[in-house]
Design a protein around this ligand. Sequence first.
Ligand code: MEV
Length: 320
Amino acid sequence: MVKATAPGKIYLYGEHSVVYGYPALACAINKRTIVEAQKKNEGITILPKNLSFESVKFKIGGEEGNEIPEKQIKKLDYIRKSIKKIFEIKSEKTGLKLKIRTELPIGGGLGSSASVTVATISALNELYGLNLPRKKISKLAYEVEKEVQGSASPCDTFTSTMGGLTRVEKGKSLEKKKTPKLPIVIGYTQESSNTKQLVEQVKQLKEEYPEIINNLFTSIGEITKRGQKEVQNRDLEKIGELMNINQGILDSIKINNLKLSKLIYAARESGAYGSKITGAGGGGCIIALTDNKEKTANSIKVFGGEPIKTQITNQGVTIE
Ligand code: MEV
């Protein structure tokens, strides 16, 4: 049996625009997805815990006779496609048993799908002794996300694989930077959101108003570049201010809603340096940069959110 764990992530700057190649800065967080993989004679059994679908058995590449309800198939897609990717590399197709659980809210903007994908691919890489390097694992996981979501950036999967602070920009190699110590509190609206739908919605807005949205995305790119400098300087006031400017743009591309907005302002009222949506928006989570984690967490609670206390972690995917 092998066990792989992969972290979730937050975006300091650059979600959505990163899909179009603009730079983004993300950090891995110490909430993880854990996959335990074991060979068996035949068939694939997936035993999920808190992943919002039931245990299932299926044949890889042989969906016939498969009695998984449509709704569950969708949620399982990341896992099924990850297994397929590995079986395309490895010709011996043994049966498999996968136990999967996560510490991340599903569809909560904290990279749960990327961490499930990275942990599954890494567990199978180890189980079959493939020795794929991390960069290859991150690439395969990105391909899975693209296939499931339609459009995706490599940011979530790269961050989950490598850990730490990452910078992602089209045409440049993906980079892991020195991991900063930033005091972050997450606020969860307790509502999940659909990344595929939100990415599509932004695409439509961009097609309708290309000059306007491209300029907004260029600004997010500039925020990211400046933000990266301020993270290196550890200037919390400037990092926070830039988060707030980024949030203003996210608001204008219609991925905000009342619940998220309340948490964003709850955090700012509590004295946070800055706060913004993290991930696709439309539900999910906000992040706040704050010196007083307790006060900000309480304020998030008062305004109906679930505070998630976490730290940025340098540790990407692990194998036990
Ligand atoms: C989702 O966590 C972040 C988005 O930018 C999509 C992506 O980068 O694949 C909205």
